[in-house]
Design a protein around this ligand. Structure first.
Ligand code: ATP
Ligand code: BTN
Length: 239
């Protein structure tokens, strides 16, 4: 029987580590690392992961319904993590579509959901998050946007609480999907009713953010018209 939580001093990436061991892991298995040599974000981007009291955490989940059921999972995870961090820090943590947590209008944490498994088959889901607790002297080649620290917090308590809340939320997500979480999004949304721009490749689209729809698409208002935007190629910024 493998342990439920593995604590690693150094690893390339906690997400990659779990993905490489999928066949041997029970659903709900998790790992944390003190340092990542190749921490990653979306689309091959890097996650700056220095040694020293940040959190690099990944959770494995076996999703019987298959990969399609994982739509919107990063949004649900964001809501759960925002609530845990609020509870433990008392600070006004916010969510940013589709996969970040914000504090004081700056990036506090990133969530990366990676899925292995063929359509129609079981999905092997790895949910990773990097949370800045005490990130000093960032490498500006990697962190090219405003970032924030949560400050001192008991990491053992944080990991234990995250594990428990995320496992509970995953069971709920398996049964009800994103719909069980959606009404909590609005009050946590960093950009609700604010002027934003969407960066899609070379294109920039300006509008007012209006939350998300049932599928987890971002709703953007332009000239009184609301358009849903979905897909991994979009970055959201304040305008
Ligand atoms: P965003 O829209 O916020 O850039 P994204 O979802 O488009 O995020 P991701 O790949 O998810 O892009 O995030 C990676 C980005 O996060 C990097 O390009 C970098 O700007 C930023 N970043 C990397 N490491 C950190 C860190 N430790 N803290 C805050 N931001 C970081
Ligand atoms: C983002 O780019 O916003 C998502 C960043 C996700 C970083 C975390 S750190 C733990 C886990 N392992 C990785 O390599 N990435 C995720």
């Amino acid at each position: 029987e493998p342990l439920d939580l593995e604590v690693l001093p150094i690893i390339d990436s906690t997400n990659q580590y779990l993905l490489s061991k999928l066949d041997t892991l029970p659903s709900g298995y998790a790992c944390v690392a003190e340092y990542q040599q190749a921490g990653r974000g979306r689309r091959g981007r890097q996650w700056f992961s220095p040694f020293g009291s940040n959190l690099y955490f990944s959770l494995y989940w076996r999703l019987e319904q298959g990969p399609a059921a994982a739509m919107g999972l990063s949004l649900a995870v964001g809501i759960v993590v925002a609530k845990v961090l609020r509870q433990l820090s008392g600070q006004q943590i916010k969510v940013k579509w589709p996969n970040d947590l914000y504090l004081n209008d700056k990036k506090l944490a990133g969530i990366l959901v990676e899925i292995a498994g063929k359509t129609g088959d079981v999905a092997h889901v790895v949910i990773g998050m990097g949370i800045n607790l005490a990130m000093h002297n960032p490498d500006h080649q990697i962190v090219n946007q405003a970032w924030e620290n949560l400050g001192h917090i008991d990491r053992n308590l944080l990991v234990a609480t995250l594990l428990q809340q995320l496992r509970e939320a995953m069971i709920c997500f398996e049964q009800q999907g994103l719909s069980a979480f959606i009404e909590q999004w609005q009050s946590l949304d960093n950009f609700n009713n604010r002027a934003v721009k969407l960066l899609i490749g070379d294109k920039v689209i300006h509008g007012i953010a209006k939350g998300i729809n049932q599928q987890g698409a971002l709703l953007l208002e332009q000239d009184g018209q609301i358009t849903p935007y979905i897909g991994g190629e979009i970055s959201l910024r304040a305008d």
